[in-house]
Design a binder for this molecule. Sequence first.
Ligand code: AMP
Ligand code: TRP
Length: 333
Amino acid sequence: MEKENKKVSFSGIQPSGDLTIGNYLGAIKNWVSMQKDYESFYCIVDLHAITVRQDPKELRSRTLKNLAIYIASGLDPVKNTLFIKSHVPAHSEAAWLLNCFSYTGELGRMTQFKDKSQKIGESVSVGLFTYPVLMAADILLYNTNVVPVGNDQKQHVELSRDIAIRFNNLYGQTFVVPEPLIAGSGARIMDLQNPEKKMSKSVENPNAYILILDSPNIIRKKINRAVTDDYAEVRYTEDQPGISNLINILSTITNVSQEDIVKRYEGLGYAGFKSDVAEALVEELAPVQNRIKELLDDKSYLEKIYSESAEKANYIANKTLRKMQKKIGLVLR
Ligand code: AMP
Ligand code: TRP
């Protein structure tokens, strides 16, 4: 297929904490599987991360680490545009313009805002409130067709659609209206200690999550300690959320369906099942971890990738930004 005919995919991850297998199975692995068929832009969304306080030194090093993770997971940096959002100023400008076409009511209804602001209390930044508008700018600047994300981001992509449609209705066809693309069994990886909640890098108890960079022994320990139940049968049901989560993890890594996994462990207890889940994870992550370490030792290579990608991203984003400015009635220079 010719490059020009390919559909466009855009997504991003915040460098706000070390990445978990939720990010890996819910987002990155899906991006890797799409790279042949889409013209892809994957961004490290540093400007989203600063909607809550970040340590400057850590933010800088995590931004580079995330780029290394993208590449080490199998994203070809030549075929995919892998860039750092603050290198493309059009995102911030487009976000301001789109702020003027977004409503406080719809932003107040975003569940991520409600959850995060409840946790933070009084000092909730304005940035956290308008965060989904910056995300809409990210997506719309690249004429994006699909946005591959985990389930928790679906609401934000739907808001981006609403904003695009609203703008198109006012000014005529300007934006492609994007669709969310939600991964299968990896779309919602749950907290290992509290499987009613999604796995997140921002909880206190490290046994609740597995990091992409966790060592094999830590992975084994964390899976071993994962909360299960008293049924002692590997089944994929709502009243066994812990076991169902482990089934989803195994299914996403091995490409075996949930039903086939359940069949395979019929009549067997949890010990062997848990150890198989742990080994599948270790096997999947070991080569990725090695490659991440190699890449982090070669900063000039990473610098080359993000600089070249920024040029390409700036070119496309500026084109769309100019179109927006023109339609709104700003004087172009
Ligand atoms: P974030 O870490 O919030 O920037 O999320 C980056 C990407 O990872 C988004 O596409 C999320 O939907 C996805 N993601 C984060 N946590 C999980 C999870 N527990 N299960 C599946 N996908 C997730
Ligand atoms: N808000 C997303 C998250 O927390 C990250 C993100 C920012 C994003 N901009 C994006 C995802 C554009 C997809 C497309 O996961």
